[in-house]
Design a binder for this molecule. Sequence first.
Ligand SMILES: N[C@@H](CCC(=O)N[C@@H](CS)C(=O)NCC(=O)O)C(=O)O
Length: 206
Amino acid sequence: MLTIWGRTTSSNVQKVLWVCTELGIEYERLDWGGKFGGNDVPSYRAMNPNGLVPTVKDGDLIVWESNTIMRYLCAVYGGAALLPTDPGPRTHVERWMDWQLSRLNTPLAGLLRGYYRTPEPQRDFPKLAQFRLEAIALWELVEQQLMAQDYMAGAEFTLADIGIGIWVHRWYQYPIERPELPNLARWYARLQPRPGFKAHVAGPIG
Ligand SMILES: N[C@@H](CCC(=O)N[C@@H](CS)C(=O)NCC(=O)O)C(=O)O
């Protein structure tokens, strides 16, 4: 059985748990990181030298980096619908996965840290305002992308929706003003009935 190290409130852990639900993968999960600690335990560092969550063990194999874990699970547990094996269609999914890590993550995680992990007197409000503007510019790209299709990579739900979906849920909870982006809002609503979203992502930011 798969073992997953990671607290359920972590966005990167949630991606992995959501994929497990989509693919019906059984797993054992250990509360790790955040208030549970454990990231600096030498045996954990030996598995994941970053000292971050999530880490996954499948048999003798250790996997870390949430997107790599998602790709691995799709490859091994029948996830071709979530991540096509055909290289062309696959790029449509992977570019948005990479975009999430390389672009969306910075302002969205910055807002999370600022509003949810930093006491109000210590918040850097000009920086938070900048993160908000950067995030809006990026969500506008998503708004365009969703103009003529239901999901990030086309007509079907894929890993791209999971990777960005964990952030859209946070975006709509942040205590900030948001521009109206109707395609984004409709896509967010489309994700919410999925069992993986309900089980692992829905609810207040932890
Ligand atoms: N790029 C890594 C980032 C991992 C990461 O930053 N994890 C955060 C939680 S979302 C973490 O471990 N923070 C410290 C902690 O939770 O103790 C991934 O996608 O897996």
